[in-house]
Ligand binder design. Structure first.
Ligand SMILES: Nc1ncnc2c1ncn2[C@@H]1O[C@H](COP(=O)(O)OP(=O)(O)OP(=O)(O)O)[C@@H](O)[C@H]1O
Length: 652
């Protein structure tokens, strides 16, 4: 079963105008449900991009109808022992909090209060249908991740430690150590706790001069059903992610920028995880941010629903494209709908406390500190876990299918037993790299703020790659080749290179879409991965010049001595000699093995040369072949000495 991804387009707000609407829900045929989001190409309004989802809800969709269609059907599964995760993703101001929390009026209530209401109702029904043999207890945990630190929202803000609560992996789940858990008797009880916790969130945010919606908020609803000695636990998690936003749009100081960078970092890691899973990578960078560790997208068993919130407005155009792009890939993530095991108490149960959902009921006592939200707590459950481990029961697993057509149906029916997990998963992009990128971004923004007198609000944000029919076949072919190399690099474990190539790929796509601004950003981001690459620097300078940022770089004047020295070399290495032919043949073969065999070439040099050749000739095949030694010398990373050594080392 794959992650269910649905999109919700919010209505216009009071101060927004009809004429600015550019996003619409559509269906593949007239009599079909709406499953498409259509949005114009920012560079060519006549052309529309379409993104397909499991379902698309337009601006007229009520809170009730969204809940009834997307969440209510899974309440039954929750009681069958499946964990359910619902998370809202989208740009700031698109309606995530409205969808998850909603307003105070009955009709405005969002997914969370409706879910709780359904859970309590179902719990009462179960208790009634079993004449009280089965009791249902509901417990809440609520926490936020702010600047990559976890804070308990059920505790007063002054009890917070600066470093927040640590995370730990336990029984295949990510656990927040020391998180409190409160038993909850009914909807009223929940509302009181929830409102209080949200107040804590606002107070903490105010203290930090931040905004509450700049953190990710995670509510866990633990449902425990007890029948005699049999105990079944399952959890519903509702996650209101912070909105991604372009730093340049917010007129904030350094704190807000850091906060924004932390959000962008975790959302960036989330998109990296989605990318990696949908590509079928072995290494998924979950551990690079607390939010992705907790979300464990595609790793957790059960049911996952991603709600992509969208604003219909033109002012969100590029941000909307970016989030459409990420979330449409999330559909490819497969998860196993595995129920949590029923565990048995070893002794006769103590006289059972009346059900938390019955009439005059007492509250479940608070669990001790170490009993975090989603762990099967207590010695019995720990013993059960150990027993399961001994019996070599399959741990939770997930499978990812990159191409649905090639997905063997058998895989879905009977997922293979999970191979043992690597102890320390290698990461496709390291924490330091991400940190460096984030820091660089913050520094760059601060510097540009200081330098520029003109307002920066109009700077367009970076648009992430979008598939478009506008891209010519030739360019598509090249992009695909580049994509294959990126994947190849990822497989062979050269992560920084693969990240660099990915950025180049995104730059090329942006360029093909005519978005020079975005292309320039991606090329600049790629530069640290290919330091000093003349071709890349050339591209950056060209784009800067085109965008009026700076003068195009002029070719350096070569001194007479250098020119003469090179002329001498040309005499020693004539362009039409058999050795020259042989050398160019090897170079143009782009065969890594052959190139590696050249004198003076190592693995990296050879790979750089092949990459460079593949990247050459952006405007067609012309120029992608090296026609002479002089041309070879001019390639990035080559130079006269390198060519000379390769030439001399050849035996012809
Ligand atoms: N479906 C909807 N119907 C009516 N109003 C909506 C809807 N969705 C969002 N809104 C309104 O749009 C505004 C922004 O919504 P909201 O605060 O939920 O966005 P958000 O994505 O959570 O933003 P942030 O990331 O900053 O927290 C709010 O005033 C909200 O009431």
């Amino acid at each position: 079963m794959s992650v269910r991804v649905v999109a919700r387009i919010r209505p216009l707000l009071e101060n927004e105008l009809d004429k600015d609407v550019i996003v619409r829900a559509d269906s593949v045929a007239e009599d079909k449900a709406t499953t498409l989001v259509r949005i114009p190409n920012p560079k060519n309004e006549a052309e529309e991009f379409s993104f397909a989802f499991n379902s698309v809800y337009d601006l007229a969709t009520s809170q009730e109808s969204l809940f009834t269609s997307e969440v209510a059907p899974h309440v039954k599964s929750l009681f069958q022992g499946l964990d359910v995760t619902i998370f809202a993703y989208g740009v700031t101001g698109t309606g995530k909090t409205h969808t998850m929390r909603g307003g105070l009026r009955l009709a405005e209530r969002g997914v969370i209060p409706r879910l709780l209401s359904n859970v309590f109702r179902r719990g009462r029904k179960i208790a009634k249908d079993t004449s009280g043999d089965t009791t249902v207890e509901v417990a809440l945990s609520y926490y936020e991740i702010y600047n990559d630190k976890v804070y308990d929202l059920l505790e007063a803000p002054d009890k917070r430690t600066p470093s927040g609560l640590p995370l730990r992996e336990k029984d295949g789940k990510t656990v927040v150590v020391g998180l409190s858990e409160r038993s909850c008797e009914d909807l009223k009880d929940f509302e009181r706790l929830y409102m209080e916790a949200n107040k804590n969130r606002v107070t903490a945010a105010t203290k930090l001069n931040a905004h509450s919606s700049r953190s990710h908020a995670i509510l866990r609803v633990k449902v425990t059903q007890t029948t005699g000695r049999a105990v079944r636990e399952s959890t519903a998690s509702c996650i209101d992610l912070a909105g991604s936003e372009d730093n340049r749009r917010t007129d904030n100081g350094k704190e807000r920028l850091i906060e924004s960078a932390a959000i962008n970092k975790s959302l960036f890691v989330l998109s990296q995880c989605i990318d990696a899973i949908s590509r079928g990578d072995k290494r998924i960078p979950y551990r690079e941010s607390k939010m992705t560790r907790i979300l464990s997208l595609g790793q957790n068993n059960g049911i996952t629903i991603m709600i992509l919130n969208l604003a219909p407005l033109r002012s969100y155009h590029l941000d909307t494209l970016s989030s459409l792009n990420v979330s449409s890939r999330a559909k490819r993530i497969e998860v196993r709908a595995v129920e949590n095991e029923v565990v048995y108490k070893p002794q006769a149960p103590a006289p059972r406390a009346p059900s938390a959902l019955g009439g005059a009921m007492s509250r479940q006592p608070l669990r001790p500190l170490a009993n975090a939200h989603n762990v099967h707590t207590g010695a019995v459950l720990a013993a059960k876990a150990a027993e399961m481990e001994k019996a070599d029961k399959p741990a939770k697993a997930f499978s990812v299918f990159v191409d649905k057509r090639s997905t063997p149906t058998a895989n879905r029916a009977a997922p293979p037993k999970r191979a043992p997990e690597p102890k320390q998963p290698q990461l496709s992009i390291s924490a330091e790299q991400i940190e460096a990128m984030v820091e660089k971004k913050v520094a760059a923004i601060l510097a540009s703020r200081a330098a520029e007198t003109a307002p920066v609000a109009d700077d367009p944000p970076v648009v992430i790659s979008v598939q478009t029919t506008e891209i010519s076949d030739e360019v598509k072919r090249r992009l695909e080749a580049l994509e294959r190399r990126v994947e190849n690099d990822a497989r062979t474990g050269d992560d920084s290179r693969s990240e660099g190539l990915r950025l180049l790929l995104q730059a090329r796509q942006a360029k093909e879409l005519g978005d020079d601004e975005a292309a320039l950003k991606f090329y600049e981001m790629a530069l640290p991965y290919f330091p000093g690459q003349a071709k890349l620097i050339g591209k950056i300078e060209k784009l800067k010049a085109k965008l009026g940022r700076t003068e195009p770089a002029r070719p350096k004047k070569r001194s007479r001595v250098v020119v003469e020295a090179e002329e001498d070399k040309e005499n020693v290495m004539p362009e039409n000699s058999p050795k020259t032919k042989k050398l160019l043949e090897i170079v143009n073969s782009r065969d890594l093995l052959q190139i590696k065999g050249l004198h003076g070439f190592g693995n990296k040099k050879a790979q750089d040369l092949v990459d460079c050749l593949n990247l050459r000739g952006e405007k067609g095949d012309e120029g992608s072949r090296v026609a002479s030694l002089a041309q070879l010398r001019m390639l990035p990373g080559m130079g006269s000495r390198m060519v000379e050594r390769a030439y001399e080392g050849l035996a012809v």
